[in-house]
Design a binder for this molecule. Structure first.
Ligand SMILES: Cc1cc2nc3c(=O)[nH]c(=O)nc-3n(C[C@H](O)[C@H](O)[C@H](O)COP(=O)(O)OP(=O)(O)OC[C@H]3O[C@@H](n4cnc5c(N)ncnc54)[C@H](O)[C@@H]3O)c2cc1C
Length: 461
């Protein structure tokens, strides 16, 4: 296994990664990228085991509903790239199980890759979303054929891919990019049916990073994002050679959807688990803000908080149902239930902005304008900040300040904007979750109930 410092050194592999117009020559030494790398490195030390052949327990596939239930909150406590590593590996295993018997060699490649990734203790990011060009056109009909990642050449030992994958969380901070098709591919789109693992440092890979990280010198004003933030990558594959043993799908068009759906499932259970925690955090923010402001007794405030409690509890219930009704693969791994995962993810994402509105409504404008801790420390302003930031008697002005900073940092600053969009789009937009939920819902039973209630015994087919 790798230690934190070995991980940080491993990023120096010649990777071509860019930030706001410049090439990043050393990720650990970069003012924004460095803190993100530091965050990823902490999980290395947490799980390090020097024993020969040891592997990280956090990345082991769960084999029962209980193990899945235990793993999901554990993953919330680690950095986001360790989470995408788990998601990538589980998606590949879920896909391998579905391919077994029909594409045995590809399925074996997945199993061998997973074992080697675990032994090398590498981090992997999920590269699914293509540039997509004109959304109204299929991949093969795009004016630019590279709008979706595709195979442009092959030889006896591998393939060459070209295209770009966009919005890839933590792309510059992993060792491998797990490329998968974004959707089902049709006849004539075999070259777009490609899944493979590409080293970040491979020739032809370039990554442009974007980040919501705070740029303030006083990081106390950003209590959450100064410690935990992760740039998203715009990943370019400019004719990248991928050897056969790293290829999991290369032209078998009918299986493209297997990969896309498997990853969607793991992304959405991760998103649901994140939103379950987030919803409880928002309830806590709303309750503390009302308490600090002295408004906890008012009925409209209580009603908003009660609505938030119901929202948080329903996401948690969906998460629990997805775990309890998990499905076992032939290899003995489990994956979450599709219907409950998608329905819970949809419910959480569709209502997130309303819950944030309640927090902002309850907390007041001070969410945006609370002076900094630096202003509280300044001799010239300290007394005034203390005096006028006082809310309900007994709650210290400094605590009210810190609470408002945390609410702003998570919901109303650049990270807040990032969350609003990410909750809707991660794991595919709301539309994708509506489709998958409908596909897995027992519509026949619902129709039978309705027919029975209406006293109709026969219905035209
Ligand atoms: C912060 C962040 C992190 C992310 N991390 C990752 C990651 O790590 N890996 C990864 O692969 N992806 C990642 N994503 C991408 C995410 O999965 C996509 O944003 C999402 O799938 C939507 O794709 P899009 O952004 O291209 O939007 P679009 O596909 O353009 O969708 C915009 C709207 O158009 C609609 N639409 C588009 N095409 C059609 C069509 N043919 N028919 C009907 N309606 C259509 C959609 O339903 C949606 O309502 C991330 C996104 C964000 C914001």
């Amino acid at each position: 296994m790798q230690t934190a410092s070995e991980y940080l050194k491993s990023l120096d592999d010649g990777r071509q990664t860019f930030f706001e117009g410049g090439r990043v020559t050393s990720i650990p030494d970069h003012p924004v990228m460095g803190t993100a790398a530091e965050w990823v490195s902490t999980s290395y030390d947490t799980f390090y085991d020097p024993a020969e052949g040891a592997t990280s327990p956090i990345l082991e596939p769960p084999r029962s509903a209980d193990e899945l239930r235990e793993r999901i909150p554990q993953l919330r406590r680690v950095d986001i790239v360790t989470r995408t590593t788990f998601g990538s590996l589980m998606a590949m295993l879920t896909a391998a199980a579905r391919l077994q018997g029909v594409e045995a060699a590809r399925s074996d490649n997945v199993l061998a890759y997973r074992e080697s990734a675990a032994l090398r203790d590498i981090r992997i990011t999920e590269c699914i979303t293509d540039a997509k060009g004109d959304r109204g056109l299929a991949p093969k009909d795009q004016p630019d054929p590279d709008a979706y990642v595709r195979i442009v050449d092959r030889d006896d030992a591998g393939i060459v891919i070209r295209g770009a994958k966009l919005h890839i969380t933590g792309a510059s901070f992993g060792h491998d990019l797990m490329v998968m098709p974004t959707k089902r591919m049709k006849a004539g789109e075999e070259d777009y049916s490609v899944a493979c693992a590409v080293p970040v440092g491979a020739s032809g890979v370039k990554i442009i990073n974007s980040s919501y990280a705070p740029r303030s010198a006083d990081t106390r004003h950003f209590p959450v994002t100064s410690r935990e933030h992760m740039p998203d990558g715009f990943v370019i594959f400019d004719d990248v050679y991928v050897p056969d043993e790293r290829v999991f799908l290369a032209g078998e068009g009918r299986y493209a959807a297997v990969f896309a759906h498997s990853l969607g499932l793991w992304e959405r259970i991760g998103g649901t688990s994140a939103m379950a925690e987030q919803a409880d955090l928002l309830v806590g923010f709303a309750h503390l803000a009302a308490d600090a402001n002295g408004t906890l007794k008012y009925s409209h405030v209580k009603e908003k908080i009660a609505e938030m409690v119901i929202h948080a509890s329903l996401i948690r219930a969906g998460l629990e149902a997805a775990i309890l009704h998990c499905v076992e693969t032939p290899e003995g791994f489990v994956h979450p239930n599709e219907l409950y995962t998608n329905a819970a993810k949809y419910h959480g994402a569709a209502n997130y902005n309303l819950m944030v509105r309640h927090v902002h409504d309850i907390a007041g404008g001070v969410v945006l304008t609370a002076p900094t801790i630096g202003d509280l420390e300044n001799e010239e302003t300290r007394a005034f900040v203390s005096k006028y930031m006082q809310g309900r008697k007994g709650v210290e002005a400094e605590h009210r300040l810190r609470l408002m900073h945390a609410i702003r940092d998570l919901t109303a600053d650049s990270h807040g904007g990032w969350h609003s969009v990410t909750n809707v789009q991660s794991g595919g937009g709301l539309y994708a979750q509506r489709i998958v939920s409908s596909n897995h819902y027992d519509m026949e039973r619902a129709r039978e109930l309705a027919l029975e209630a209406a006293g109709i015994t026969e219905w035209a087919s």
